[in-house]
Design a protein around this ligand. Structure first.
Ligand SMILES: Cc1cc2nc3c(=O)[nH]c(=O)nc-3n(C[C@H](O)[C@H](O)[C@H](O)COP(=O)(O)O)c2cc1C
Length: 433
């Protein structure tokens, strides 16, 4: 069976707690080639997570309008926050969002170059309100990578990113992702070929190296700059490290010292404090956040709020409820794009429509379960909700369960017992704030 690249495998070991640095904040913007990213925050690409529904959900959850508060105020109550901030259902624009850049899940360049036009479109779907958006590719063949980069440019993406960090065996086996970190001459060929083919900004996201005896991030960043790439993003771990131990931010600082193009720091940011601490420790130009986003979808808003006011809001139970309902309704909206076929499906078209509907339902349910695992962790009564969701077969049923959960939460919490697989999630991040 194909092993899924799941959030559950990628938990924090024992994350360092950071205090908010006194003077350092996440920068208001960073410019990558011709594209201005404001604020300087990036939602990390996450396979199986950051599809268009999740990306738009995060952008929306990141909406930020600076409340009238004194910088340095120790906290704002929820009522103040509600009065000054649009709620999650409101239309968003990039100017208001605390998330400056979003990225697609990684896409195989070989696959993309072989795909029919109609299938490509599905893979590269994004909506206008997702700009600026970066398309991430992986592969090891300079020619197909360049062809696919051009497809992304033609599809209207603002940036193309090359993945040199993925540790998944099936990606490394064909020399993609972090597998390439052992072959710098090949990377140079790819950089040059892609750079010569597209005119939009081109960036690369990598790990420090294959292992501790092969740390190449500084050399790689210099090569990227030399080949005309417009920014680099470093997940400060080696391939062999997987997700173990702490991200070694000192290597982000070393990369920043070595190049003049923008450096995006990535690894272990869970709170606004962590984000500012990374900027202070490394002087990187922007921060990239992955696993914290599904656990705390407000993280980008909290960073923006902290930058503007010196304080940030921790969500209430009602906020949590609105958030989970919002995401699930967005997923169901996607399912509705593939209408249900009633009655017998006996011709080819009805059979295809039926298959599409069933696959959209399955996908939505899968994502709901995954999101529920992370999002309800640490919430009183959360295990009961997770169990009910894990047994559900249809999306609408899940939405009803969530609704019921938040109206009867106090009663449910008294009888809450952990799920078998809860132990696995034990090390997941604190879900809130
Ligand atoms: C479920 C999952 C899927 C991921 N998929 C990708 C991917 O497609 N491309 C990529 O460059 N990194 C991928 N990553 C790595 C993240 O982008 C990020 O570098 C890593 O999680 C460290 O950042 P964090 O500590 O903020 O989570 C993935 C991580 C997770 C947890």
């Amino acid at each position: 069976m194909k092993k899924r690249y799941t959030l559950e495998q990628k938990k924090w070991d024992s994350p360092a707690e950071h205090a908010m640095p006194e003077h350092t904040r996440v920068p208001a913007s960073v410019t990558i080639g011709t594209v201005r990213i404001a604020p300087a925050t990036v939602l990390a690409p996450m396979a199986g997570v950051t599809d268009t529904v999740f990306r738009r959900f995060i952008k929306n959850a990141s909406q930020f309008a600076a409340p009238a508060a004194e910088p340095g105020a120790s906290g704002l109550d929820s009522e103040t926050w509600d009065r000054t901030t649009p709620n999650v259902e409101t239309e968003t624009t990039n100017q208001q969002s605390g998330c400056g850049l979003i990225m697609t899940e990684f896409t195989s360049a070989d696959g993309l170059s072989r795909m029919r036009e109609s299938k490509r479109k599905r893979y590269l779907t994004y909506y206008e309100d997702e700009h600026p958006i970066s398309a991430q590719l992986f592969g090891s063949n300079p020619v197909t990578l360049a062809e696919s980069a051009l497809v992304c440019q033609d599809a209207g993406f603002d940036i193309v990113d090359l993945n040199l960090g993925c540790p998944a065996k099936r990606v490394v086996a064909c020399n993609g992702g972090s597998g390439l970190l052992r072959d710098l001459p090949r990377i140079r060929e790819i950089f040059e070929r892609v750079r010569a083919t597209i005119s939009i900004p081109f960036t690369v996201k990598f790990r420090m190296g294959w292992n501790d005896t092969n740390i190449v991030c500084v050399e790689l960043a210099k090569m990227a700059e030399d080949c005309g790439l417009n920014a680099v993003a470093l997940h400060a771990r080696t391939r062999e490290q997987g997700y173990a131990g702490d991200a070694r931010w000192e290597w982000i600082a070393a990369v920043k010292d070595a190049v003049t193009i923008p450096v995006i720091g990535n690894g272990d940011i869970r709170t606004p404090e962590d984000a500012a601490a990374m900027i202070e420790a490394t002087r990187c130009d922007a921060v990239m956040i992955g696993r914290a986003a599904p656990a705390n979808p407000w993280i980008f808003r909290q960073i923006a709020q902290y930058t503007a006011t010196g304080a940030y809001i921790k969500p209430t139970d009602m906020d949590r409820y609105r958030m989970i309902r919002d995401y699930f309704e967005r997923l169901m909206h996607e399912v509705a794009e593939h209408p249900e076929v009633h009655g017998p499906a006996d011709d080819d078209l009805s059979k295809r429509l039926k298959r599409n509907h069933e696959s959209a339902q399955r996908d939505a349910i899968g994502r709901m379960k995954q999101f529920a695992s992370w999002f309800t962790h640490g919430v009183p009564g959360g295990a009961t909700l997770r169990r009910a969701i894990f047994d559900a077969k249809r999306g609408a049923q899940v939405i009803d369960l969530v609704e019921a959960f938040f109206t009867q939460r106090d009663r449910i919490a008294e009888h809450d017992t952990p799920l078998e697989h809860d132990a696995e999630l034990e090390a997941a991040p604190a879900a809130w704030g």
